[in-house]
Design a protein around this ligand. Sequence first.
Ligand SMILES: Nc1nc2c(ncn2[C@@H]2O[C@H](COP(=O)(O)OP(=O)(O)O)[C@@H](O)[C@H]2O)c(=O)[nH]1
Ligand SMILES: [Mg+2]
Length: 338
Amino acid sequence: MKTYYLPKIQEWIDQGFRKTRKAAITKKVKDKTKRTKTAEIRKIEVMAEVFDEKISQAQASLPDTDTLTDFEKELINILIGTGKLQQIHAKLGAVQKILSDLKKQHIRLCKKTQNESEIKGIVKKFYGRSISVIKSLSKDIGFYNDTQKALQEIPHLDAAAVTLILAGMPNTGKSTWLAKMTSAKPKIANYPFTTQQLNIGYFEYKFRKIQVIDTPGLLESPLEKRNQIERKAITALQQLNGLILFLIDASEQCGYELKTQMELLKSIEKNFSKKEIVIIVNKQDISSKEQIQACTQALGKRNYLISHQADKELTEKILKNIQAFIETQPVEENPMQV
Ligand SMILES: Nc1nc2c(ncn2[C@@H]2O[C@H](COP(=O)(O)OP(=O)(O)O)[C@@H](O)[C@H]2O)c(=O)[nH]1
Ligand SMILES: [Mg+2]
């Protein structure tokens, strides 16, 4: 979908008149009245075309709400307001229909008369009416263009892929894990709620495409402390079809005590209560037995894996853990191309 920004109304009008002037030159028709009529009708058509083309382009470059994922819908609602996208679609559609009716109506009137000055009068009336109709869009243009800008900020995720969302305090090893797990360089996507961007990586597992998302800053401290917009951003993440991988740095080398890390885990558990959470007790290589033991004790009955970034079997272990989840997910239509 190509982004299209709507120009100011005055530009529509100027462009319309420029084109009608060019279009009005018709030499072939011998009969003068007939020639005038053909030329004048052409002016109506050309002006209508200029307006229609802009509206069509705007319509085409807005996403079709039916095809958006819940995640995208939620983000759009946060960014531009609930239901606003449908409102713009409806407004553009309504104006387009009125213009098309005006065009037909005035062409019909032109065809009915043989009086040249009357024909010219009808064309003038068409200009006046159609311009006043597009002028009614003036306020919407700013909003439409703001919407387009906002849409650019929305990360485009693969709706069909199973998604693993990384969470954990800073320096627990999330980015390292993403880089190791996903073969290709992670894709960077804007996320309109943080100054940082999302890192998105992909890998294949049993012919399924798995999408891993690292959200710098967002799931790295208790969610209760977040401002309203960040909380909404988290709400959007909740709409993703997948589960959470929560990393704990058992060595505490990340700079956070186990207790603090557990507080974040509890906050994530509370805010993502509908999502399965797989816990990775990370940095086993630099943790003492006591540190690992402290982790397992704190985690109690939770589902966890003990590992470290260099562990080649980690991926396999994690995937075995989440296999039941993966298998319940619908298979995507376009299998992964590696
Ligand atoms: N020893 C050890 N270091 C790790 C491990 N995982 C990550 N690190 C290191 O921990 C630091 C923070 O990792 P990073 O992936 O940036 O953490 P993030 O802030 O959670 O994304 C980096 O210096 C990594 O090299 C691990 O399993 N063992
Ligand atoms: Mg990181």
